[in-house]
Design a protein around this ligand. Structure first.
Ligand code: CTP
Length: 407
């Protein structure tokens, strides 16, 4: 499920240095399967050429309400009626103030005013200097725009083009993309708290060496992102991975299985859904040396002994909350063969209502995957797709189970 596929968006650019991020955003939207009609104010064309935006969107850009290409000369009506949403990024302080007052002296503000307010949402990504952003006039305008039903995105924080540092930067293209995906995602987990484990664990042998596995954490991170986009409050307990935290997700980093169990036990008391995607190491060295184990030149190898790690999923599944049905537990199974048989047995052994099977070697590190959903009734295959799409599919499936809607 890709929430932006097939959506038609008007991407409006008003004047600001953040126009360069709008180019990235346009590209990302097209890649996500949306169609994009770019509309630019005069000020925006000082920062970015219409030619660039045309090349990225694959459509001629509109910059004037007098555009002769429109047979009826009503670009503001035609463009706004076709859109699933109008996204203004960057939205300058001046443009936002114009929106607030219903100004309409150029095409972009005119089409925002002319949009059917109930069916064409208006989403704005403010971009300005920190003093402009914190000015009471701007803050008053933001509050009123929200009250008028405009979806105002956050601003970023950090270095600004003017050399100052503070709030007011436009969000990065990837962050706006995430917000737009969330905007179009049905809020099936609104109000739910979700706990996800992801990635491998690392079991130390000594201060510089340890045992781990090839899990990249991508599936767990995609699930955390999808759950947040579906309206949940998400905590992600992550083993050592090289991935950015999904927007709006609270992340707790851990290293070993013991650390992961402690973090999960602390966090799970708040959760209604627990999704264990982590590839937890089954064993750890029984002792971790305080100092690096050195070669002594004799050819002797270290004698490692292992102890079994706690089973985090099984431990949580045994808790009163899980047993009473107040906590819905989902396990994953990474197998190399006989997926259905192993996943079915694992679901029963771990005592979870849903177990998601996948073939380890064809998922670790990949951007796509195929899943087998195993429950008490049987199994359902979810064909190969991106981990992003699979994560949304799984979240929708879990939401139906929680609401007792047939899956
Ligand atoms: N799991 C866990 N704690 C462990 C081992 C596994 O929470 N110590 C969870 C995983 O996050 C996953 C599920 O249990 O949701 C199954 O993990 P998997 O590694 O496939 O199974 P194992 O229990 O390790 O069984 P086996 O190695 O025999 O396949």
């Amino acid at each position: 499920m890709n929430t932006l596929a097939g959506k038609h968006l008007v991407l409006g650019l008003s004047g600001g240095i953040a126009c360069y991020k709008a180019a990235e955003l346009c590209r990302a939207l097209i890649k996500s399967g949306a169609t994009v009609q770019v509309v630019m104010t005069d000020a925006a064309t000082q920062f970015m050429t219409a030619v660039t935006m045309q090349a990225l969107s694959g459509r001629p850009v509109y910059t004037s309400q007098w555009d002769a290409r429109e047979g009826n000369n009503m670009a503001h009506i035609n463009l706004s009626r076709e859109a699933d949403a109008i996204v203004v990024a960057p939205a300058s302080a001046d443009f936002l103030s114009k929106l607030l007052h219903g100004g309409a002296d150029e095409l972009l503000s005119l089409l925002c005013l002319a949009r059917p307010i109930d069916s064409v949402p208006l989403i704005v990504a403010p971009a300005m200097n920190r003093e402009m952003w914190s000015n009471p006039a701007t803050q008053r305008n933001m509050a009123q725009l929200r009250a008028d039903g405009v979806h105002v995105l956050d601003v970023g924080q950090g270095d600004q083009a003017c050399g100052e540092t503070g709030d007011g930067r436009m969000l990065e293209a990837e962050e706006i993309l995430d917000e737009l995906q969330a905007f179009f995602t049905p809020q099936v987990l609104a109000g739910q708290q979700v706990l996800v484990t992801a990635g491998p664990t690392y079991e130390a042998m000594d201060p510089v060496r340890g045992i781990t596995n090839l899990s990249s954490g991508k599936m767990g991170f995609a699930i955390a992102r999808a759950a947040r986009q579906a309206g949940a409050l998400v905590t992600l307990v992550a083993g050592p991975v090289n991935l950015g935290t999904p927007r709006g997700v609270r992340r707790v980093d851990v290293r070993s299985a013991i650390d992961m169990l402690a973090a999960v036990q602390r966090e799970v008391t708040q959760a209604q859904i627990f999704i264990a995607t982590a590839a937890v190491a089954d064993w750890r060295p029984d002792t971790a040396a305080d100092q690096k184990i050195k070669k002594d030149g004799s050819g002797a190898t270290p004698q490692l002994a292992f102890v079994e790690n706690p089973d985090i999923l099984a431990t949580v599944a045994q808790s009163p909350a899980a047993q009473s049905g107040a906590l819905f537990c989902v396990g994953f199974a990474a197998e190399s063969h006989d997926l259905l048989a192993h996943a079915t047995a694992k679901r029963l052994r771990k005592q979870v209502p849903l177990l998601v099977g996948n073939i380890g070697p064809s998922t670790f590190g990949q951007d796509d995957n195929a899943l087998l959903l195993v429950d008490a009734q049987g199994a359902r295959e979810v064909p190969r797709a991106s981990k992003h799409d699979l994560a949304h599919e799984l979240i929708t499936d879990i939401a139906r189970r929680i609401q007792s809607v047939p899956v």
